[in-house]
Design a protein around this ligand. Sequence first.
Ligand code: ADP
Length: 498
Amino acid sequence: MKNKRVLTRQQKKQLLYEKFHSLRFTVWLYFSIFMISILVLMWVSFVFSLERTYRVTKTRTILDTAQYIVNEWNNDRFTTEQLDKIAHDNDMCVLIQDSYFRTMYSYDIMAKNCLIHGTQGFFNLPSLRSAVFNSENGIYYTELENPRFNNNTLMFAMLIGTKEEPKGYVYLNTSLEPLDSTTEILRSQMVQITLAVLIIGAGVSYFLSKLIATPIVRIKRSAEKMGQGDYNVNFNGRGYTETERLADTLNYASGEISKVDTLRKDIIANVSHDLRTPLTMVKAYAEMVRDLSGDNPEKRNEHVGIIIEESDRLAALVNDILDLSKLENKTAELNISEFCLKDKLEDVMTRYTLLSEQQGYKFYLSAPAEITVKADIIKIEQVLYNLINNAVNYSGDSREIYVMQLVRGRKVRICVTDTGKGIEKELMPLIFDRYYRAEKHKREVIGTGLGLSIVKQILIRHGFEFGVQSEQGTGSTFWFEMDIVSETIPESEIEVVD
Ligand code: ADP
């Protein structure tokens, strides 16, 4: 059985709204409006200006024809057949008289109902002739009503020869109104054209609206899929430059969102793992203190010590997550100031005295020149701690850590070197990523997996270059470079030339 979706009234309304506001419908609507406007314009001009246009055109034709007849007559080049044709083609009555008013040529299309050949005295030729003589250039024309047909006609007369030596007269009379049959033919043609334009236009506008909207509709469908969480969707904007660019941008954005999404999932997995492990330990050791070692001070101290250690680990992890998120969101403002790098390095190194005394680590600092740099001193201190802590954690059995300050032109490079087992070449580009660990969750090594990501963010925010050089079995050197503001070379380093 077919599962029919029952829509609520609101949903139906929404669907209808979307349909009538869709790009395809809108394009189709605009095309149709355009087409109908043209048709309306055509009809308006047909109804209102047909007569006017007809009259103007006809008058111009008659004037040209009369001029032509007179020229040809003067040159004796006319034959009756030629004149018949002209009269017939232009739908007019023609009368040519010589200077003694004898008829030389006559063409009557209205069976004596025109104003020239008419027997009912519609117009008298002598008064027309005197009008010709009185005119400036021997031409006289006027609009007159033909009472027989109740229509407007153009009455035209022209002198052949000159006023001093008249050779004859040409009279023309023609209707200035289109014949009913002509109007009817035009109207029926207009109806046919209108119907054809409506049918073809509807089809063409439907096709065009589809053609224009298709790439956008395709992109919309892909965007809907992406909205539902499918970030591997491909946007296809083939058709126009703009939609192609839009699709490229969306493909890039979906790729980036997909990366962020994977990262988010990784982070949640890692953070929950990293939080869960110390919490499990804290719970387990707390239970042990309660049930087993509560009365045994030695065991109890050992277990409480582990609880404290794990709590520290938790606190460090939470702090690192907060620091990193602040740096990445750019909410952590940099507090830039000038300070002496040598002093800072010495200050940091003193904090490791306990470690060197208790666990036999050896720290070497080489910072001969007093160099002033410009940076956020707290953040640079954090970079140094993270790098030195890593060197301590990964220095292996040699337990030797070297911190060096090297001047390279207008820059000073700080190197933190250990003699541990180093990092594999392929892993080097990855270790600055969040939660990347070469050896997955080695519990004996203290670390949150965020240390180098924090270093990277701080150095990027400062615009300082950084990197790592490492060889397996030999050790690693992590470095970063700062701009030198000023430099004082100690006296012992200055060579005295005699
Ligand atoms: P962690 O808390 O794991 O030390 P970091 O971001 O500081 O996190 O470092 C990421 C990874 O880079 C470490 O897990 C380790 O595999 C590698 N690493 C960092 N410093 C060193 C070093 N000095 N020697 C060898 N490996 C290192």
